[in-house]
Design a protein. Structure first.
Length: 248
């Protein structure tokens, strides 16, 4: 593991109880940061925080509810005094169906969590970062947001929206010491696979030239650097970690 200096930094990782979010939380803590994991699964969140250690603050939050996000922000600020890093990681895959077979409520549910959630978290936390004159925002998008996966239009569209949100916010904050970037991972073997059909999982693997899924630790390593002071000039960018699937 390469050393990344996050000493004294305070981070929020949404969906931090498992998968990518847990791996990012563990890497941040190993790098010296304190981390508030915002998650809807209270029991799993508490278990994860206990296993990682005292540097982790579990905060129950529904990222689709702005009032809940504001409450989570205040709880985090009361504990840490500042928020230096925001990782918008929480998301769902949705049900694998064609566009015409996708229920309207299913489409809206995926959009509400995957796209509205990062917008609402940025809306709540950016003013804090502006006031403290420092910040790093990392949005976890997906290779599906670049390429569009069949039978996953809602997920693909939501992640394309996250990429565009990143570019817009990055430009809005470009004159400040706040960097806003996204990462587009290939799929990883996490609990999100439970929401997908086996044929869809096989399709995703077939598109990766590396011939395997990304490891959560590999994504966490990239995010840790993106969250550091060294990532100072790049903003509004999209970092690829798709095993060669999308080289653009």
């Amino acid at each position: 593991m390469n050393d990344i200096d996050l000493k004294g930094r305070c981070a929020v990782v949404t969906g931090g109880a498992q998968g990518f979010g847990r791996a990012i939380t563990e890497r941040f803590v190993a790098s010296g940061a304190k981390v508030a994991i915002w998650d809807l699964d209270r029991n799993l969140m508490d278990k994860t925080a206990q296993e990682i250690g005292d540097a982790v603050l579990p905060v129950h939050a529904d990222i689709a509810d702005f009032a809940a996000i504001e409450a989570a922000r205040e709880e985090t600020l009361a504990a840490f005094g500042r928020i230096d890093i925001l990782v918008n990681n929480a998301g769902i895959a949705g049900i694998n169906r064609t566009v015409w077979e996708t229920e309207v409520d299913e489409w809206r549910k995926v959009m509400r969590i995957n796209l509205d959630g990062p917008f609402l978290c940025c809306k709540a936390i950016v003013p804090v970062m502006i006031k403290q004159d420092y910040g790093r925002i990392i949005n976890i998008a997906s290779i599906a947001g670049k390429e569009g996966n069949p039978n996953a239009a809602h997920y693909s569209a939501s992640k394309a929206g996250v990429i565009a949100l990143t570019k817009s916010l990055g430009k809005e904050l470009a004159a400040t010491p706040i960097a806003v970037n996204a990462v587009t991972p290939a799929a990883a073997r996490t609990a999100i696979f439970d929401q997908m059909t086996q044929s869809h999982i096989d399709f995703m693997l077939s598109k990766i030239p590396r011939g395997r899924f990304v490891l959560v630790e590999e994504l966490a390593a990239m995010v840790a650097w993106m969250a550091s002071e060294e990532c100072a000039f790049t903003t509004g960018a999209v970092f690829d970690i798709s095993g060669g699937r999308a080289t653009y």
